[in-house]
Ligand binder design. Sequence first.
Ligand code: NDP
Length: 478
Amino acid sequence: MSEAVLKSYIDGKWVLPATSTDLVTAINPATEEICATVAVCGHDDVDRAARAARAAFDGYAAFTLDQRIALVEKLIAIFERRYDEMVTAISTEMGAPYDLSYNAQAECGPGHLKETIIAAREMEWERKIGSNARLVREPIGVCVLITPWNWPVNQLAAKIGPALVAGCTMILKPSEVAPLSAQLFAEFIDEAGFPAGVFNMVHGTGPAIGDALTSHPEVDMISFTGSTRAGIQVAKSAADTVKRVSQELGGKSANIVFADSDLTAAVKRGVLHCFENAGQSCNAPTRMLVEASVYDDAVGIAAEVARAAKLGDPMEKGRHFGPVVSKLQFDKIQRLIQIGIDEGAQVVAGGVGRAEGFDRGYYVKPTVFAGVHNKMTIAQEEVFGPVLVMIPFKDEAEAIEIANDTPYGLAAYVQSGDLERARRVSRRMRAGGVSINGAGQDYASPFGGYKQSGNGREWGEWGLHDFLEIKVINGFEG
Ligand code: NDP
């Protein structure tokens, strides 16, 4: 994979940029070697892609739902046939260990696509409204999809799937840090036989072509996942042409552990969830709030779990954690760990420096901080690494107050032996998703956040709504 220069995909063809000769390399985070070289697009290529998507829109929007679903079903079959290639691409480009890539990261592809089809079949696309009007749902138009590197296929499938099923045309700009999975996804779409111009992919960095994409007059809607910083820039750039902007941004999610929970199980589950994907998940439970009466016990359990956590080669099977995605990310995490120490938090596992046993690769020590209060930088900023902070609380009211004391509102977690209490506290969380006692989330549920965690909801039925306009035709019913 390392030799070939990755091309963009515009109007049904694999193309090199028209004028730009710039190349960007992606680094395998476990080996620190180049794993891909990407030919990055300029503004002229963005314009070419936007025009191709616009030209394809009327034709594709006129396809019946069954025709669009048939094409997406072909896409799913191709994805499943080439599944192992996708697993390897993800582990190579962003360091997710094999088991996580196989069982979760790659699985999001067929998972979201299938759920989107179910939701589309169940959706009421048209209905009578009022005395004589018809309510009609229609594709919003040309969409720009901007995706990050942390759950690359999840984010590709959660945007491309509903856009295709809704009848939109699109331009994808994947993260240049992790281009291999997007390249494969584009190959699958090419093979599935969508009309030229329905799906386009331009490689390029956010700073270089982000604004050209998000302000383009032919673009109707932006679906963005990434940092709150970049999400704000995208919304500002889209504002002059009044585009719809859907944003899935950062998080600093609280995991409230009450004394009446099964403490060992709850703390262990919380620590491992925080460290999963090397801590690079927007909904990771990174702030563990523990009832004061069991706080010291919980800190002991968490430290033990963190010290026992194994790190290893992403290409190998087994229960280990991988490196973080890049040197930039490694350095950011180191800086934040040091800030935590400087602000007086106590490291009870891990700490600064590369994990022992590795002379290369961006392996961060799984780190647990105790003695944290919620105003500390490590309790407020998204670290995006395997770093857990543990904060004591005295009662239910204080737990709710601390949990909501963050600019973010993506997820929250509640652990309690008293289901009534867990339900009560869940209702008070200012977050888009709450999980009680380790319950998982399936593809049919909405995913997204309150406050600065974003706008809009992805996945299933709600993912489709993001890509649809609503029209009322008065007098339609005669
Ligand atoms: P970014 O938000 O910068 O990148 C996400 C995507 O947005 C990438 O495709 C990026 O392109 C693109 N992008 C960046 N700036 C713009 C812009 N002005 N206009 C249009 N597109 C843009 O995330 P980073 O990779 O820099 O990660 C930094 C931090 O963001 C992490 O440490 C983490 O805290 C957070 N993050 C949160 C995620 C989440 O799911 N909530 C996901 C990823 C990161 P490119 O990278 O190619 O330049």
